[in-house]
Ligand binder design. Structure first.
Ligand code: URA
Length: 239
């Protein structure tokens, strides 16, 4: 991650002469991510840090990194491409974020609902979605029938699909029971993976919703709604 000295960042943002800005730093008027920093050569990462002068957020020259959590409705495509007559996740990006080059970090099937992270941070997206980093994804799957205990065990051991063995999943009943809903936790992102794992065992997925990606949960976010990732979530993600 590229780092620049705090003084240079402030100077590049055109906030005053170097002398004035060095004085402001020395006097404790500058914070980085909420901490007062008095060393003007302190290295900062402008793509990630929130720098404030006199309590006002400094717009750095590099484009700020944006992380939005969307609860994707069914029927919506996880793509940035313009799809005439088809709704994509980009349609849900609120106006203030539309000038940033956001894209979905990973895809959900058109009919899968739930958590999609929209960002312009390519590195974070890569780390979040690449199986090597083993970030968990939790899905709630409603099936056409009760999941047999033996089949849950097969999912937990891994099933052999056309493109290889699946990594062990964690499976448990979800909800009040009786409506064939199960929580399935995996950390791979192969296409249609949950539907294919279940189809392999003879089940049809009636509805599929992603409720968690690593430490980011959907919570009470309604369908079609968007929220910013909190700083705490970002820090815990450590990506
Ligand atoms: N697995 C699927 O089958 N579909 C998704 O959208 C996500 C995971």
């Amino acid at each position: 991650m590229e780092k620049t000295s705090l003084l240079k960042v402030l100077a590049d943002a055109g906030l005053g002469s170097r002398r004035q800005l060095a004085g402001a730093i020395r006097e404790g008027k500058v914070t980085v991510d909420g901490q007062v920093i008095t060393g003007f050569n302190s290295p900062v990462d402008i793509s990630r840090s929130r720098i404030c002068l006199n309590g006002i957020w400094v717009k750095c020259c590099a484009e700020p990194r944006i992380y939005l959590v969307l609860n994707k409705p069914a029927g919506v495509l996880s793509t940035t491409a313009d799809e005439p007559n088809r709704t994509t996740v980009m349609r849900f990006v609120p106006a203030p974020y539309r000038d940033y080059k956001l894209f979905p970090a990973g895809r959900l099937d058109k009919d899968t609902t739930g958590l999609v992270l929209l960002t312009n941070d390519g590195e974070a997206a890569y780390r979040l979605t690449h199986p090597r980093f083993e970030h968990e994804k939790e899905y709630i799957a409603r099936l056409d029938q009760k999941l047999d205990t033996g089949d849950a065990g097969r999912l937990e051991r891994g099933v052999l699909l056309d493109d290889g063995l699946t990594y062990p999943a964690r499976v448990k009943d979800w909800g009040r029971g009786g409506d064939n809903r199960y929580s399935i936790v995996i950390h791979e992102g192969r296409k249609h993976i949950v539907r294919r794992m279940l189809a392999h065992l003879g089940y049809k997925v009636v509805a599929l919703k992603r409720v968690r990606l690593a430490n980011i949960t959907l919570g009470e976010l309604g369908e079609g709604q968007v929220r910013e990732l909190t700083r705490k979530e970002f820090e815990e993600l450590s990506c």
